[in-house]
Design a protein around this ligand. Sequence first.
Ligand SMILES: Cc1cc2nc3c(=O)[nH]c(=O)nc-3n(C[C@H](O)[C@H](O)[C@H](O)COP(=O)(O)OP(=O)(O)OC[C@H]3O[C@@H](n4cnc5c(N)ncnc54)[C@H](O)[C@@H]3O)c2cc1C
Length: 225
Amino acid sequence: MRRVTDGSRPPRAPSPRTRVRRGADRADYDPGTVRRILDAAMIAHVGVVTDDGPLVLPMAYGRDDDTLYLHGAVANHLLASAADAEVCVTVTLVDGLVMARTPFHNSMNYRSVVVRGQAREVADPDERLRALRLITDHVVANWDHGRPVSDADLRRTRVAAVSLDEASAKIRTGDPVDEPEDVAGPWWAGVIPVETRFGAPRPAADLAPGVDPRPPFAVPDGVGR
Ligand SMILES: Cc1cc2nc3c(=O)[nH]c(=O)nc-3n(C[C@H](O)[C@H](O)[C@H](O)COP(=O)(O)OP(=O)(O)OC[C@H]3O[C@@H](n4cnc5c(N)ncnc54)[C@H](O)[C@@H]3O)c2cc1C
């Protein structure tokens, strides 16, 4: 288990249920590592136990210090089930396909985070607004560049918060790990890197006359995250 810290706070011990058991040498419980992976990724998979069984759905998210925010429509089934209930939030970045001498040792290089805990429905108007801005600006900061949110928008939207107190990161880097007797064999082994690439912004076909076709906010350039 790595115990590195970004210096801003001490390493955090895992809870019994977030302690990585398989591949424990790839675990990292440092809050800074968890925050960096959450900031680099775009999509969380949010798991809840609903009345009709377990449900995991992809969602956008935002982060404020050690709190993760989710949002959706008031009618959202998953968020309604998550309100003041236990959730599991998973975020994954795939960095490479690891091709071993035998397919049985193929793997992936990745950075992932699992957060477990009680979701809290956010009722405070100021916290709701801050959370919605964070979710909106998580990948591309455009909250300040669109139509301001209305009371109707806010009434229709549910916001949930999940503490990062119970979180683990797991990171794999590097080459395949083959059996020693296979390494001298005639088979190819190596890593195929995987990257997220942002393209050039494409203005909407129905952009109003006079609106600058270039976005007014900073767009990630090329390969990122
Ligand atoms: C990249 C991405 C980001 C998203 N971000 C958000 C977000 O920030 N907030 C938000 O509210 N929603 C987001 N969604 C949509 C989200 O995944 C759900 O579809 C939506 O929240 C409705 O949830 P629900 O529980 O009300 O679904 P319901 O419509 O009640 O789900 C009923 C059934 O539909 C199926 N279903 C629902 N969603 C999906 C899906 N995404 N893919 C395949 N099958 C599905 C499942 O079988 C589910 O059991 C995002 C989706 C993607 C792909």
